[in-house]
Ligand binder design. Structure first.
Ligand code: PNS
Length: 168
């Protein structure tokens, strides 16, 4: 069985992520979307919420499952018995970071290869960070993220802004 893992933060999932999920799922028998539990970062959504949102938006794709993980991505791949790590490449700005990560991973786990899919041009500019920023300023994020997560993002951003005001 050809199994791949697409690791990431997915805070929140964007249409660019979904495009990579759909396309890579067609290339393998099973795709596991790995959501990183990163204690160093302060994510907008908890790992449980990120997993749930990804499950919702991928429920129509039969060979995709979503799991949380902590630690090294290559260790998670080994745990899943996968040898293909999927990553999306948006622009030249991604390249240096992605190359560094892929090469480090290759030293750590020579049996694992990184498969890069170039992001659909439609989503080449898109990132979770810009989505959050647009939402903070009340801009329209409906063209950036799956429909089912739009309101959750506005709601969470507003909650955080209200908390900030209370502290002032
Ligand atoms: O969506 P992101 O934030 O670009 O994903 C980055 C991610 C989660 C793939 C990367 O930070 C990662 O693999 N983190 C786990 C620790 C690890 O394995 N680091 C790679 C060695 S450089």
């Amino acid at each position: 069985m050809r199994r791949a893992v697409y690791p990431g933060s997915f805070d929140p999932v964007t249409l660019g992520h979904l495009d990579i999920i759909e396309r890579s799922a067609r290339l393998v028998d099973e795709l596991i979307v790995g959501v990183l539990i990163n204690n160093a970062k302060r994510p907008l959504f908890s790992v449980e919420e990120r997993v749930q949102m990804l499950q919702e938006v991928t429920k129509g794709i039969g060979n995709v499952r979503v799991e949380a993980f902590s630690g090294l991505s290559v260790d998670f791949l080994r745990q899943c018995e996968a040898r293909i790590m999927v990553r999306g490449l948006r622009a030249i700005t991604d390249f240096e970071y992605e190359l560094q990560m892929a090469q480090t991973n290759r030293v750590l786990a020579p049996d694992i290869d990184t498969l890069f899919l170039t992001t659909n041009l439609e989503y080449a500019y898109l990132s979770s960070t810009t989505v959050k920023e647009v939402a903070v300023y009340g801009g329209d994020i409906s063209r950036f993220v799956p429909e089912t997560v739009v309101d959750r993002i506005y709601k969470r951003v507003n909650e955080i802004m209200q908390q900030g005001k209370r502290k002032e």
